[in-house]
Design a protein around this ligand. Structure first.
Ligand code: SF4
Length: 371
């Protein structure tokens, strides 16, 4: 089992990024601790970011985005044909290759669980929208003169120090594609891009569209005028300066909540998550174990029975006795050295007077061991 599953404390503070992306800023706003824990150094992590999980929805989103990008690029190059299935297979292959060294991702499962029909359905929604509304054909806007014609707009600015990639700009209209559900921050993101486009080109946009490929819904709003753009720029400069002061001095404020922590990829490292009243619903509650739920569990090991293929750890969590039956292959630390466990997405059920937890597909077993 990969050493990532041996819990290690951060080695130092995270350093400020060369430039802030919108998603990085959004993560900081939601929970500075999460931003920092994902970017700190650890003795068992050798990549710039702490390895993340990859959900099925995220794979769909990435593939749909790549399909649209490819379509735009081939349209801009006036290619005679575009083969969505072939491009989809290429996109999936590229994604799997990019995560092949990530010990938290089972690439075979990513391929097995991939829903190609869903991706194609999203892509068809994108195409039908073009036909229906007569949106402009792909544009050639790019800051990189060496690049092939494409509709994306890549930017990196100094004041504010921001970076990103705009899906499409044409005739004063900025379009951002989304394959997931609607979110309040999407319009704010489009305004962030409108600012970047104005600062990079001097051109003010007229309209912003956030388009949802899963159902064809879109949200349109007028682009910010110059006074609003200046205001956004100043607010971003101040926010980034403040964030960088904080991240040099602290490990960031933890903001535990169900919404923030439910899919947090570093909750196994976050002590506040395991203690906060606000996240109790995400952790094992003995009253709910009757329903064979998937939950997170933490406990100090009080006893262990080491078998040939599994070890049964016993301890107390959330007021109830817990027995965790863990296959040896999932233990990153020798069973006799483990002093506590943090188990994510584990199956819990009531048996006799205690709760039995067992890993299933998607479960993760993090071990804290004696030095
Ligand atoms: S578990 Fe919650 S509080 Fe902790 S870092 Fe993640 S989002 Fe923040």
């Amino acid at each position: 089992m990969s050493s990532i599953y041996s819990l290690q404390r951060p080695l130092g503070h995270a350093v400020p990024p060369p430039a802030w992306s919108y998603s990085g800023l959004r993560e900081w706003r939601r929970c500075p601790r999460r931003w920092i824990l994902r970017r700190c150094g650890y003795s068992n992590v050798h990549t710039p970011f702490y390895p993340d999980r990859l959900t099925d929805a995220a794979v769909t989103g990435l593939v749909v985005h790549r399909l649209i990008e490819k379509y735009d690029t081939s349209s801009a190059q006036r290619a005679r044909s575009f083969l969505p299935r072939k491009e989809m297979a290429n996109a999936l292959h590229a994604i799997v290759k990019s995560v092949s060294g990530n010990p938290r991702i089972d690439t075979a499962a990513v391929v097995r669980r991939f829903d190609g029909q869903r991706c194609l359905a999203n892509f068809r929604v994108f195409l039908s929208h073009f036909r229906r509304t007569g949106l402009p054909p792909p544009s050639n806007v790019t800051l990189n003169a060496e690049a092939k014609p494409r509709s994306e707009f890549l930017f990196r600015l100094d004041k504010p120090r921001i970076t990103g990639r705009i899906d499409r700009v044409k005739n004063g209209l900025l379009t951002d594609w989304k394959s997931g559900a609607q979110d309040d921050t999407h319009v704010d993101q489009a305004r962030f891009y409108a600012l970047a486009f104005w600062l990079a080109t001097g051109i003010k946009l007229t309209k912003l569209i956030v388009f949802y490929t899963r159902d064809g819904q879109s949200f349109e709003s007028p682009a910010p005028d110059e006074a609003a753009l200046v205001e956004i720029r100043e607010a971003l400069c101040a926010e980034i300066a403040q964030a960088e002061i904080e991240l040099k001095q602290t490990y960031g404020e933890a903001r535990p909540s169900v919404e923030n922590c439910q899919f947090c990829p570093v909750r196994q490292l976050c002590d506040e998550y395991w203690q906060a009243e606000e996240t109790r619903a995400l952790r094992l509650s003995p009253a709910e174990a009757d329903d064979e739920i998937l939950t997170d569990v933490q406990f100090d090991v009080e006893a262990r029975e080491i078998g040939l293929h599994t070890t049964m750890f016993t301890g107390t969590a959330s007021g109830g006795q817990v027995r965790a039956v863990i296959p040896t292959t999932l233990l990153a630390v020798e069973p006799e050295m483990i002093i506590s466990l943090r188990l994510l997405n584990i199956r819990a059920s009531c048996q006799a007077s205690s709760i039995v937890v067992k890993p299933v597909y998607g479960s993760e077993v993090f071990c804290d061991g004696r030095n």
